[in-house]
Design a protein around this ligand. Structure first.
Ligand SMILES: [Zn+2]
Ligand SMILES: [Zn+2]
Length: 352
């Protein structure tokens, strides 16, 4: 591969994304060169194009290659990998950061909370280090998970977000036979529904509006509440029962939703927050939280969750095919971003 060139979607300036021919990256010792098969675009990518995360250092400099929800296959192994269970041609997905491996959080398995995040040497691929909106990408072998033949490349690009919902269900200690309400029928909410259904949910309610609610039933929800027609808290209690849901998942990032989520959960229930409000403050009823012993949990990334998500897909317990509606070649990456911005696609996928 040395010296070869590849197509990549290169962010050259804010709102200036172009498909260019750039050098294929070289794997360092311990790293793997991967041929990218499919890469999804998400709201974070869209905000990065607009420069919304400039202050956060995403990207750290321009030009930059984004892309962090993807699948591919091993093209070449770097040096120093020894006897590793990876070979050229193996199909894989990649985590985007695995932490420093040495801080107390990393050593306790919570590497999504690495205490050295943001310090020199730390890499969050697709954000602070080159992403996968390109024909090739390089990753440390430790970040890769092998895919079974039965999981196709497009659906495998959803493993990243699916793993986040697996992590959310673990954080709330989700149990079979329970009820849940999910706010936000975007990709994260729909994946939460699919994984909760596969985990034995008794009753699932999706709260949202518009055409995306149509997919809620396909992905495992029993009922929907359109908040433009009915108060979401009243709707959830009407459908689940007046005591409220065992679990509520806020997949919106909308600062008005956490209070509604707290109003929808039963005494002793659990509320998980999977979205970011972009720093907008929100207010919650502390007395309700305290007197009803409600657990309010933040959910970040997907530590140790990729294998479980891949297993759910391999077994057929979750079927992500209905979520793959818009696929584009790299030359049409601009159209893919348009489909994201105008909300016509749940997850535009760029295929190589
Ligand atoms: Zn994303
Ligand atoms: Zn660490």
């Amino acid at each position: 591969m040395s010296g070869g060139r590849m197509k990549a979607a290169v962010l050259r300036g804010w709102n200036d994304l172009a498909v260019e021919s750039i050098e294929i990256p070289e794997p360092e010792p311990g790293e793997v060169l991967l041929r990218v098969a499919a890469c999804g675009l998400c709201g974070t990518d869209l905000k990065m194009v607009k420069g919304a995360f400039e202050g956060r250092g995403w990207p750290p400099s321009l030009p930059f290659v984004m892309g962090h929800e993807w699948s591919g296959e091993v093209a070449a192994l770097g040096e120093g990998l020894g006897a590793i269970d990876l070979a050229v041609g193996d199909r894989v997905v990649a985590e985007n950061h695995i932490g420093c491996g040495r801080c107390p959080m990393c050593r306790s398995g919570r590497y999504n909370l690495c205490e050295r995040a943001g310090t020199p040497g730390y890499r969050l691929f697709g954000h602070t280090a080159p992403g996968a909106l390109a024909e090739y990408a390089v990753r440390p072998a430790t970040m890769l998970h092998k895919l079974p033949d039965s999981v196709n490349p497009r659906e495998a690009a959803l493993v990243n977000q699916g793993s986040l919902t697996v992590h959310a269900l673990r954080r709330v200690a989700f149990t079979a036979g329970s009820t849940a309400a999910i706010f936000g029928p975007g990709l994260l909410g729909l994946l939460t529904a699919a994984v909760a259904r596969a985990s034995g949910a008794e009753r699932l309610i999706m709260v949202g509006r518009g055409s995306r609610l149509e997919l809620a039933g396909v992905m495992g929800c029993d009922e929907v509440v359109d908040y433009e027609r009915e108060d979401p808290v009243a709707g959830i209690r009407r459908l689940i029962g007046s005591r409220g849901a065992d679990y509520v998942f806020d997949c919106t990032g909308n600062p008005t939703v956490p209070a509604q989520a707290l109003d929808s959960v039963r005494r002793g229930g659990k509320v998980a927050l999977l979205g970011l409000t972009g720093g907008t403050p929100t207010s919650i009823d502390v007395d309700r939280l305290t007197l009803d012993e409600i657990d309010l949990l933040g959910i970040r990334s997907s530590p140790n969750a990729y294998p479980a998500m891949i297993a759910l897909m391999r077994s057929g317990a979750v079927d992500l095919a209905p979520l793959i509606t818009h696929v584009y070649p790299i030359d049409q990456v601009a159209a893919a971003f348009e489909a994201l911005e105008d909300r016509s696609a749940i997850r535009p996928i760029v295929e190589f």
